[in-house]
Design a protein around this ligand. Sequence first.
Ligand code: CP
Ligand code: NVA
Length: 300
Amino acid sequence: MELLLDTAAAFAANPLRSSTALAHQSVAIYMTKPSTRTRLSSESAIAHLGGTPIFIRGDELQLGRGESIADTARIISQYCKALIIRTYDQADVDELGAHATIPVINALTDFDHPTQLLADWLTIREQFGKDISGRKFVYLGDGNNMSHAWLIMGAIMGAHVVAATPTGKWAPDPHVIEVAHTIARQSGGRVEIIHDPHAAAKDASVLYTDVWMSMGDSQDEREEKVVALSPFAVTEDLMALTQSDSVFMHCLPAHRGEEVEATVIDGTKSIVWREAYHRRTTIQSLVYHLVRGDLKGSSH
Ligand code: CP
Ligand code: NVA
């Protein structure tokens, strides 16, 4: 992780420092869900490395006409140096990964959003430095893919990481919580699941949130979900409970007036634009190291 973040910081300082690393090579980006940041940052990251991004929409492969995931993985592996994929089912990404002979990067599933967290932690590091002892990093809202990624990455980074979510069906997956605890025991981190947004926000260094309705969520549940998530909206009142040097973060897209007050996301404590900027530097770092084979044996 240190290598990925350090190289991303170097790409931030000089985006073209490895501008021939992918010369004459291509990277496939396959997405069955919409994307603004992940798609554009990935395409530009690959261009900065001298490569060609090949963007493929969900309905453009023979996969949609019955070709197997395994065969698709074998074929893409023959043409491209890596595959970036955004789709619904985590099992599809795992299956592609199992049959591909090139690195497969999870660019969001219903279950996880790991590349977002690389950008988030580079931004956190810029803000607070490497010494995060005594600091609390809080996610508020839906116990969804973002909450899972937040807990796992926070645990890897040895942070005191919190998910403040409703109980019941919008709480994080219990297995993810267990894995995060296991990682934190090794890293010296601490994982907390809280259902009281005020207790979560108290003395926090970061308040982080995500949309209430994720891609693929059923609109039939919207009303019930909004009621359950409303207490977890990041308001000026919640921000007032945090440390004086605290910041607000959001993976974006944002819905002002729902999960965050406009005065918070557009206010002085918000670092969401720098966070979004680092989507490119971190994907550039990830692709660079994966294609070089520097990360063999790593997971996620
Ligand atoms: N944060 C994020 O993944 O944004 P996109 O959905 O626009 O890619
Ligand atoms: N939870 C959101 C994240 C968007 C970046 C979704 O899956 O739609």
